[in-house]
Design a protein around this ligand. Structure first.
Ligand code: AMP
Ligand code: MG
Length: 283
């Protein structure tokens, strides 16, 4: 057993490994044997490692390396995407992060290709980008609500694969995480938003209407996994009924991906010994 994970998260949570989304258990903790307490402890430990790796990435970016990391978050309303930004992103140095949420496209965005706004928001070299929703919205609500004809959304899976493989070829490591809550858990979380004045701001009456399309969303998500889960830009399915597990899992996947970059500290571009002498000789 390594770190509480009996199977590495990248294997246990890979979309291809978890089976059909319609029968997935959002209360499960695939690959992880620990409980909430050991999960929270491990999150702190792995979070420190992740912060160290982020600093390495940032340092390399400053030294001219073009690599970056992009974490794509998807999931139904209340799945906890914002919580991941806060609790996993919150473990990191804000300077090294580039966070972008995607809501309903603006009139200006609608005048352009669906990848236009995505391209503008990509993480610069040395940064970890987090997308709270993404280009996948253009094959999820857009498909479920026929916002564009089928002939158009159908083509987007290939366009997305091409887009992502170019990004990867240009040095971006892509990790895609879909947070999955059960329909009952979503109901409970929406009820909480209606019960608490400090949560009203998160409530959108449209979220209740979307529940009527649950199965259509599951089908649309299944197609996303079947058509766009690539080794170079993998999809992970994260059970999210237990928030502690979702946070631990996303942190673990990011840590694994950053460690895989095998980065070293950039070499000094000055003569270290000469600078030490100069400093010693200065007042
Ligand atoms: P929230 O994440 O709660 O701020 O909500 C954002 C809303 O924008 C969700 O209902 C999304 O489904 C919707 N949305 C995001 N991107 C698109 C898109 N490309 N087309 C249609 N709706 C979208
Ligand atoms: Mg919402």
């Amino acid at each position: 057993m390594r770190n509480g994970w009996s199977i590495p998260a990248a294997g246990a949570l890979r979309a291809g490994a978890v089976g059909p989304i319609a029968s997935f258990d959002p209360g499960s903790t695939p690959g992880f044997d620990g409980d909430k307490i050991s999960g929270a402890e491990l999150l702190v430990k792995r979070g420190e490692e992740l912060a160290g790796l982020q600093e390495l990435l940032y340092a390399n970016g400053r030294a001219g390396d073009h690599r970056s990391v992009l974490l794509v978050l998807q999931g139904m309303d209340t799945a906890g995407k914002g919580g991941i930004v806060r609790h996993v992103g919150g473990l990191l140095d804000p300077q090294g992060l580039s966070i972008k949420g995607f809501g309903k496209p603006t009139p200006e965005e609608l005048q352009h290709d669906f990848l236009w706004r995505i391209n503008k928001a990509l993480p610069p070299a040395g940064r970890i980008g987090i997308f709270d929703r993404s280009h996948y919205e253009d094959v999820l609500p857009v498909r479920v609500h026929n916002l564009v004809p089928k002939s158009e959304w159908e083509k987007r899976y290939d366009l997305i694969n091409q887009f992502e493989s170019e990004l990867v070829a240009n040095g971006t490591t892509i990790i895609k995480c879909c947070l999955v809550v059960s329909k009952d858990e979503q109901k409970a979380r929406l009820a909480e938003r209606l019960d608490r004045p400090d949560k009203y701001w998160k409530f959108n009456p449209g979220d209740i209407d979307e529940r009527a399309h649950w199965d259509a969303y599951l089908e649309a998500y299944q197609d996303v996994f079947d058509l766009t889960d690539k080794d170079s830009a993998p999809w992970f399915v994260i059970p999210a009924n237990r928030k502690w597990f979702a946070r631990l899992a996303v942190c673990e996947l990011l840590t694994t991906a950053l460690a895989g970059l095998d980065l070293d500290w950039p070499k000094a571009d000055f003569d270290v010994e000469a600078e030490k002498k100069r400093l010693a000789a200065s007042d």
